[in-house]
Write a protein that binds this ligand. Structure first.
Ligand code: HEM
Length: 284
């Protein structure tokens, strides 16, 4: 780390002064952003000029996945402390971040099969399906699965983090526990559920959301419901944009990760995040 620089003068005569050019070591920007590390991580595997956009889009999305995991863990911890405002602030940030994540499909959303084929072979068996951070993100949304730990048997650090995340309450588990503490009648079976299992929609939880949305008395819980609905919608959009980009780029071929490709992704995209927040609306 370079030595911190003395504060720059704010006197009127300094107005319009050029930025500081003189640093003893690496620039403070580099020390903070680690740009030289980041910009050395782009190593396309083919000679095709289009692969760079595919690789960087994937890396950018990985970074957003990391941020989203951070936000949703922050929101979960805040709810555990009954700090609704901190939870809502994290969820709000995550909604903006999801919008940025979704906007980053643009450079690769319109690949023709020929354009994708130009580097697809070089990817070998690599697939986004193997993204450990995406899996953590899905776990936080309640989409738990012990089988999803299998790809990381040879990667102890990723495997251990995911194993821990599997046994931790999801964001939605924290939400339901919080609502129970506020006095809402979340069924005991939901509160005591094995959190390492995939969350399954529950009629009692649906009734709670229905009452929250019906009554003016539940303003805070309603704000929380709307924040989560926003997140759920934007996650659903990511899955669907992924599905459409895949359909355009490779039709119904099998995926590099070995799945049935589009047919498999269609099933994933059909899943609803925070299911009762959607079904309760039919009864309000
Ligand atoms: C046009 C480009 C893309 C195509 C054709 C494509 C194709 C596929 C396919 C076929 C699968 C199913 C698993 C398999 O057999 O491989 C998959 C899964 C996945 N892909 Fe992509 N993908 C593309 C871009 C991306 C990008 C940029 C990301 C960002 C990291 C990504 C992340 C994922 C994730 C996270 C999964 C697992 C989804 C789940 O578990 O529900 N994909 N992709």
């Amino acid at each position: 780390m370079s030595q911190p620089q003395p504060p720059r003068p704010h006197a009127p005569e300094a107005a319009g002064a050029a930025p500081n050019l003189d640093f003893e070591g690496t620039t403070p920007y580099e020390d903070y952003v680690r740009a030289s590390v980041l910009s050395r991580l782009q190593e396309p595997l083919s000679d095709d000029p289009g692969e760079m956009a595919f690789l960087v889009t994937t890396q950018v999305m990985e970074l957003w996945f990391t941020v989203l995991v951070h936000e949703w863990r922050t929101a979960g911890h805040a709810l555990r402390r009954d700090d609704l405002e901190a939870a809502l602030a994290a969820l709000k940030r995550s909604a903006y971040e999801l919008e940025s994540l979704n906007a980053s499909w643009k450079p690769i959303a319109h690949l023709t099969p020929g354009q994708f084929n130009a580097y697809r072979g070089a990817l070998g068996e690599a697939s986004g399906f193997q993204s450990a951070t995406y899996r953590r993100l899905e776990f936080l949304l309640g989409e738990k699965s012990a089988a999803m730990l299998v790809p990381y048997r040879g990667a102890p650090r990723d495997g251990a983090e995911l194993e821990k995340a599997l046994h931790e309450p999801s964001l939605y588990d924290e939400v339901l526990r919080y609502l129970a503490r506020l006095g809402h009648e979340i069924p005991r079976s939901v509160l005591d559920r094995d959190v390492s299992e995939r969350y399954a929609a529950d009629p009692g939880v649906e009734r709670v959301w229905q009452r929250i949305y019906e009554g003016p008395r539940h303003g805070d819980a309603c704000r929380l419901g709307e924040s989560l609905t926003e997140v759920a919608e934007l996650v659903w959009r990511w899955r669907n944009d992924h599905l459409v980009a895949t359909r355009r780029a490779m039709g119904s071929k099998v995926g590099t990760g070995g799945s049935a490709g589009v047919a498999w992704l269609e099933k994933r995209a059909a899943k609803t995040v925070f299911p009762e927040l959607w079904t309760a609306r039919s009864h309000v």
